[in-house]
Design a protein around this ligand. Sequence first.
Ligand code: FES
Ligand code: FES
Length: 160
Amino acid sequence: MRLTLTVNGEQRDIEGVAGTESLLYVLRQRLGLHGAKNACEQGQCGSCSVHLDGVLVCACLVPAPQAHGRSVETVEGLAGGDGPHPVQEAFLACGAVQCGFCTPGMLKATEDLLRRCPDPGEAEIKDALAGNLCRCTGYRHILEAVRLAAARTRALEPRP
Ligand code: FES
Ligand code: FES
């Protein structure tokens, strides 16, 4: 099939997509967007997290045809022309990265949390990251990074 979708604001047309391919496969193998990682392919690690029409999903669980005509935002779309996204800066500042394999999913989950909840409490932060596994580290630095990202994001927003 011919798959048409918007990826990070740009329309992409891909020919010859099989109905058995996942959105993750299309992003990585057909579009060369390797930010979303392929680890479990079972919806259990969160390393493939992307937004699909504004909803955080595991791209490995989305059949590619379901993305037809829809909007996908990947970790590659986080940084803007002005530089890194505040969430990316916070992960760097807190040293919340070791091998980095889980990091794209952590960044997307954090971005998603802060879209929904600009001032999250501990329970909301832990809940937001519950589907994202890190094999390297304890989660202390990651949780610090989420708190810092929330504070920085709030500071950037115009006050009423
Ligand atoms: S690769 Fe998709 S959830 Fe693990
Ligand atoms: S930093 Fe290696 S899996 Fe999380």
